[in-house]
Design a binder for this molecule. Sequence first.
Ligand code: BGC
Length: 345
Amino acid sequence: MRIRIVLACLVIASGAFSADKRQEGAQEKNAFHCNSLIGRGVNLGNALEAPEEGKWGVRLEEEYFDLIAGAGFTSVRIPVRWSEHADVTAPYTIDNAFLARVDWAIKQALSRKLVAIVNIHHYEEIVKAPVEQKERFLALWKQIADHYRDYPNTLYFELLNEPCKKLTNELWNEYADEAIRLIRKSNPTRGIIVGPTSWNNISELKNLKLPRDDKNLIVTFHYYQPFKFTHQGASWVGRQSNAWLGTTWTGTEKQRQDIISHLEQAIQWANENQLPLFMGEFGAYGKADMASRAKWTAFVRSEAEKRGISWAYWEFCAGFGVYDSTQGKWRRELLNSLIPENGTN
Ligand code: BGC
């Protein structure tokens, strides 16, 4: 426990300078504090955002939360496929048993002093037909927000994972604005996380327009560059990814500068808009070689921290896993890249 508190303080301290600088002129904004509490997180991926929990090989276990908290992480992002567990006609009621399962996961995290981030993930219908789905999207948030209104403020909401395709900037800015205002009726100060289109791409931050009067917004982006390295052999991005197998990341000057310039682009936007940044996903798939994965992960993580960017590694125990659930042990190289204070034992 003491180790965890010390680590949490280290994380907050490591990001403190840049975050404080950005707070000038935005004194009453709580969002920077909320973001520092996220600190170092991990995604509980492939569980509750699979079509059914377990179908993608992961069922959440109580032990996972002990492991995560014990290793020094300070938050978990819990991706949730609500759309698969809610009626398709008004009033779009969420299935009670599924809601109870999400409650369980959130409580496991909060009871171990981990910040819990719950999102809407893999809502594939909305990126294909946004106009048709808008009412349902807002109805889901109305139910989620009402249900969690009395939960501790260390539960944060993230509006939608990776808006993309037909969910254009114009539509997304409108839907996000409406969702935020709706959530605020029941959760006036809860941390709300919002990211840009094009799969939460840094390059689209400039097109993200958020309500100026809300003091508890955190902006998220996902980082998987170079994509041919992080997604080599990843079947879900198409057959071409097999041709990328063998791509390494050794940390050449050019490779490092590319990452730095992407993060600088993000931070410049955040400074101009006085908003804190959360790198909600980053990771390299298990088909890349471990030495490259560990180096890339450590570099991206430390460059993010230098800039006061909180983060959540993608992900805990599936294809990118920092934890090997079949062997019941951490992948030490990855864990050390994420939580260096953890040592090499
Ligand atoms: C998706 C995952 C995918 C990961 C990396 C996430 O946003 O939900 O299915 O594995 O990105 O591509």
